[in-house]
Design a protein around this ligand. Structure first.
Ligand code: UDP
Ligand code: MG
Length: 318
């Protein structure tokens, strides 16, 4: 972890963190958009680019950027670890009094940085999170599934994750230090951001479509992320599983008594093949589902017990 604030500099330092995975098409555009905004602000800046194991020209482009602009600090990770780990790497190395996380594709507009800083300074916010009003360039299905996800996770977990909120946010030093104490391997950042608490203020904005390049997400990744979020912040699925088990046993017990009495009273045996089949298949379905839920949690435990570092850095240009 970093040694923040050795000597108090005259101007406060803001760290901007930009995770990049195969972003050769937007890196330069992103850097000039960010510098244009920050040049006008009364703070010192460091712009931390995390190259998350890109396979395109991102690496050499970032190296070139570092030569041109000393505010650009580059961390090349040893492979692709995923955005959550890449962000963590950036946060770990940020020296600022406040940090701002941005996407490289300019979907999180840099022109909001001054407003974020204002809310931090004037409204004493510990966290200023961007909240999207409109999700442009996203399909109907993506919007609906995102919405359903927020509903579910806020219903079954103790934390409240603000709707339509991504990673775009400012955090002050104490919120950042709190966040950095959470070293779990399965990192559902939206959940972790909400979990730390403190004074969090929303900043509304319209999310633009990507400036260039393509999204790094697909539905399988999103499904995994949703599972990560739910299993990381709630054990309600386990409770539902045991409740199911309890209700079904209760029903089975009553049904058993009914069958015994029915056989005794009417004294002819039942041709029960269809109902038997239905019960067997239904119950095996429930059993497999419950084992699956258990498996999800065991998988998480497995991941955490290994205590592996969250990422490795291949090269640093500071
Ligand atoms: N990203 C990353 N590692 C990954 C995937 C994405 O660092 O494995 C970065 C990516 O370069 C971008 C940000 O995370 O800066 C958001 O990615 P993307 O735009 O693909 O996601 P979306 O905006 O579609 O949710
Ligand atoms: Mg994007």
């Amino acid at each position: 972890m970093t040694e923040a604030k050795k000597k108090k500099p005259a101007r406060e330092l803001i760290s901007i963190i930009i995770p990049c995975y195969n972003e050769e098409e937007v890196i330069e555009q992103c850097h000039s958009a960010v510098t244009e905004v920050i040049d006008a602000l009364p703070y010192d800046f460091e712009i931390i680019y995390i190259n998350d194991g890109s396979r395109d020209n991102t690496r050499s482009m970032l190296d070139a950027l570092h030569k041109k602009d000393k505010r650009a600090k580059i961390f090349h990770l040893s492979r692709n670890f995923g955005k959550e780990a890449a962000m963590t790497a950036g946060l770990d190395h940020a020296k600022g009094d406040a940090v701002i996380i941005l996407d490289a594709d300019l979907q999180d507009p840099p022109h909001l940085i001054p407003e974020m800083l204002r809310l931090w300074k004037e409204e004493k916010a510990d966290v200023v999170y961007g909240q999207r009003l409109r999700r442009q360039g996203e399909t109907w299905l993506k919007r609906k599934t995102a919405r359903a996800f927020y509903k579910i996770i806020n219903f079954i977990s103790a934390i409240d994750i603000p709707v339509n909120t991504g990673d775009f946010r400012l955090m002050n030093r104490r919120a950042l230090d709190a966040l950095l104490k959470l070293r779990e391997n399965h990192r559902f950042m939206k959940g972790l951001f909400a979990w730390i608490g403190f004074r969090q203020i929303a900043l509304h904005y319209n999310r633009e479509p990507r400036a260039a390049g393509t999204t790094k997400w697909n539905y399988i990744k999103l499904w995994n992320l949703a599972l990560e979020g739910i299993t990381g912040f709630s054990i309600t699925p386990l409770r539902i599983a045991s409740m199911f088990g309890f209700l079904i046993s209760l029903f089975a017990f009553a049904f058993g008594i009914f069958i015994i009495l029915h056989t005794l009273i009417s004294s002819h045996d039942l041709p029960g093949y269809p109902s038997l089949m239905v019960m067997v298949t239904f119950l095996s379905g429930i059993q497999l589902l419950t084992i699956g839920i258990l498996g999800e949690y065991i998988g998480r435990i497995f991941g955490e017990t290994k205590k592996r570092p969250l990422y490795f850095i291949d090269e640093t240009l500071e």
